[in-house]
Design a protein around this ligand. Structure first.
Ligand code: CA
Length: 228
């Protein structure tokens, strides 16, 4: 992996955070630390991450709830940390959307291996190689933030870009306007859902012959689907 991966590490115990940071020291990761669930959700409101390490027993908001909240707007890989003796209900965890879990105490090397495996899985799932997403001919370079359609760079405003990127990364899922507002504009902005509509309208205009990839689900919201 040449790309620097952004990791959100959610763990209230300083020693455990230190251990994990040391484990990833020689790897290509930039680690952001959150010490409780509330902080974690705040981070996610402002930023995208490649992977999340999420402790279950957390002050404020526990790991389960954080996981469930994240899944409302993101499919970022999540690996849960659980203490030995702590009841970990595997099925419950996977139902909430956790991708993997590891029991404390764990070997740092194993955690690194698990994280890398998860990232590889996520990468092949999204078909995202070298920071370029190709969603049915809509090519998005997430480093340069360029959108290329039919060999032409199309200019998007910041929010249009983010909205399009989010939809392309999460194809075939219906999102409500509120969910899109949450993801693209941030949690605490109780924005007007029509903001989403006007942005979708403008994005569609720019997508040209690919405008029908964004499908309106009447009474619900939108979904991105590549039409063959
Ligand atoms: Ca803990």
């Amino acid at each position: 992996m040449d790309k620097i991966m952004k990791m959100l590490l959610v763990e209230d115990e300083p020693k455990m955070r230190e251990l994990i940071k040391i484990a990833f020291k020689k790897e290509n990761f930039k680690i952001y630390e959150a010490i409780d669930g509330k902080q974690a959700l705040n981070f996610l409101k402002n930023d995208d991450f490649d992977i999340i390490i999420l402790d279950i027993m957390l002050p404020e908001i526990d790991g389960w709830t954080v996981c469930r909240e994240i899944r409302k707007f993101s499919d970022v890989p999540i690996i849960m940390l659980t203490a030995r003796g702590e009841e970990f209900d595997k099925l419950f965890g996977f139902e909430l959307g956790a991708d993997d879990y590891i029991v404390k105490p764990f070997s740092p090397r194993e955690l690194v291996a698990r994280v890398k495996a998860l990232l590889r899985r996520a990468e092949s799932k999204n078909g995202e190689k070298d920071n370029v997403i190709d969603a049915g001919g809509i090519k998005i370079n997430t480093m340069s933030r360029e959108v290329i359609i039919n060999e032409k760079v199309i200019s998007f405003t910041n929010k249009e870009y983010e909205l399009l990127l989010f939809l392309c990364r999460n194809p075939n899922i219906v999102f409500t306007r509120e969910q899109l507002l949450l993801k693209v504009w941030g949690y605490d902005q109780y924005g007007d859902p029509r903001t989403v509509d006007t942005h979708i309208k403008r994005i569609r205009e720019k997508l040209g012959d690919k405008s029908n990839y964004i499908i309106t689900i009447w009474g619900v919201g939108y979904k991105f689907e590549v039409k063959q």
